[in-house]
Design a protein around this ligand. Structure first.
Ligand code: BG6
Length: 478
């Protein structure tokens, strides 16, 4: 279904995110027929560049980051005709009149702040001064949304000077992932799971986002952030919220975000014995983190594992073990709900037994698996084995299903549709910082080095101990 006609300005239009994500996502939506063909996409940045050059930049980006050649052959030229460029400075008046002239009246306007948070205030102020934004306009901001509670509050306050909360779309691209949205569909679209989704039946939950890549060329940003700020405060927290929240009354922005906020506020404060942080060492010719960022005594963590408790009626007694890290064994992200043992075994202790585990595989090989205990075939008596009821999206939904829309496609279209359900509200972001700040501060005070782990491993040994001491084990990363 095509969206309303719109004009979209990408501040930071020549940046990495525009190149890798925003422009290819817009192009794919164009190919899918969701744009009418008279939208304006305006790249804005400081560099002097003509519209012709910007189109060439976008062509190169789309060719590199979109693999749908058939679509490119047919539609790329048409898409590029909608693009233009304005050289502009967020901190002076240069270029703002030109930007105003490039926008049309009576259209939805979206302003994508694909720039560092240091410029959010300047951009918001200039949009206001030059009267480029009206009550229908939307602004889109990227993470990191601050680096602690104070800075997040300050950013929220800055944006609030000129924009209403209903106009602010804070992106957490994990919420745009098909499989993450599917988590809500599984929980709230079936009668099967929800009655069991509580501490009476669930022993514990594991949330893993494992990456095999290292920090790559982003060392400068990453060394000031670390896994806690880069992944735990936002993506992991969102996964936790969607897994733990109460059923919202409706799938709408206020209801969903209210429920997520309640989860964050219910989290028990973290204590040092329940958290492990690590940093990768080099192996097989792949450099250690410290060499990559050229900071031989960097204390930045590239791995975090923790045991969180959601202190409410539903989850009291059911821990959430969460871990994320770079340069691990494999790229594998999943949420595993580990159910309690059957209360009584009628088959005797020797029959063997297995716990039911519901695994939602977020990426790759997206799908859902439920481990079920059955009888081992054969005449040997009642012996039990565990088999998976395995639903891979690629198999169940047909050959096109591994061609899921990228998270950014969904999220940008939601901005145009005016749907904030999959975006973070200001109070949610602040609550998440409120929980992570004391952890980061305690590391800074202690001044300890993170534990080293080998590239290609599952993280530091202490992360294993974190769960072993509770008589449980991590699921294998593979
Ligand atoms: C980003 C982080 O937000 O998410 C990166 O800054 C991380 O460090 C990335 O690699 C992971 O996203 P995805 O979609 O590849 O799982």
């Amino acid at each position: 279904i095509p969206v309303e006609p719109f004009d979209l300005v990408i501040f930071g239009g020549t940046g990495d995110l525009a190149r890798r994500k925003i422009l290819p996502a817009l192009f794919r939506r164009f190919c899918a027929g969701q744009m009418r063909g008279d939208e304006r996409v305006i790249g804005a940045a400081r560099a002097e560049m003509s519209t012709k050059d910007y189109r060439a930049f976008a062509r190169a980006a789309i060719t590199e980051f979109d693999d749908n050649d058939a679509c490119a052959a047919e539609h790329l030229d048409g898409f590029l005709r909608q693009l233009s460029y304005v050289a502009l400075d967020a901190r002076s008046d240069a270029g703002w009149a030109e930007l105003g002239a490039a926008l049309r009246k009576g259209r939805i306007r979206a302003f994508y702040f694909s720039v560092g948070p240091g410029l959010f205030g300047d951009l918001a102020e200039r949009l206001y001064q030059w009267k480029l934004a009206d009550a229908q306009s939307r602004i889109v901001v990227e993470k990191p949304f601050g680096r602690d509670l104070d800075s997040a509050r300050a950013l929220n306050a800055t944006l609030a000077q000129h924009f209403d909360e209903a106009q602010i779309y804070r992106i957490d691209h994990y919420l745009g992932k098909e499989t993450v949205q599917n988590l809500m569909a599984i929980r709230f679209g079936n009668t099967l799971f929800e009655p069991l989704w509580n501490s009476q039946y669930v022993d514990h939950i594991q949330i893993t986002v494992a990456e095999s890549v290292g920090v790559g060329t982003r060392g400068e940003y990453y060394d000031r952030s670390g896994a806690m700020r880069d992944m735990m405060q936002n993506h992991m927290m969102q996964l936790l919220c969607l897994t733990a929240m109460e059923p919202p009354a409706k799938f709408d922005p206020a209801a969903v975000r209210d429920e997520k906020l309640k989860v964050i506020r219910a989290l028990d404060p973290m204590t040092p014995e329940n958290i492990v942080r690590g940093q990768y060492e080099g192996a097989d010719g792949r450099p250690a983190y410290r060499d990559q960022v050229e900071a031989p005594d960097s204390r930045t963590e590239t791995f975090v594992a923790l045991k969180a408790r959601v202190g409410n009626w539903r989850w009291a007694g059911t821990p959430f073990y969460m871990r994320t890290g770079k340069r691990l064994k494999a790229r594998a992200s999943e949420i595993a709900v580990v159910f309690k043992d059957a209360p009584h075994s009628i088959f005797g202790a020797d029959a063997g037994h297995h716990r039911n585990i519901l695994t939602i595989r977020l990426q790759p090989n997206e799908g859902i698996e439920l481990g079920v205990t059955i009888k081992e075939p054969g005449p040997g008596g009642m012996r039990l084995i565990d088999v998976p009821l395995d639903m891979s999206f690629a198999e169940a939904l047909g050959p096109d299903s591994d061609d899921f829309p990228d998270a950014y496609e969904r999220l940008i279209m939601d901005v145009i549709r005016g749907d904030q359900t999959l975006f973070m509200r200001g109070d949610e972001v602040e609550a998440a910082w409120e929980w992570t700040d004391p952890i980061i501060e305690s590391w800074q005070e202690a001044g300890d080095d993170p534990l080293l782990y080998a590239t290609g491993s599952s993280g530091p040994d202490d992360a294993l101990a974190l769960i072993h001491r509770d008589g449980r084990r991590w699921r294998e990363i593979r």
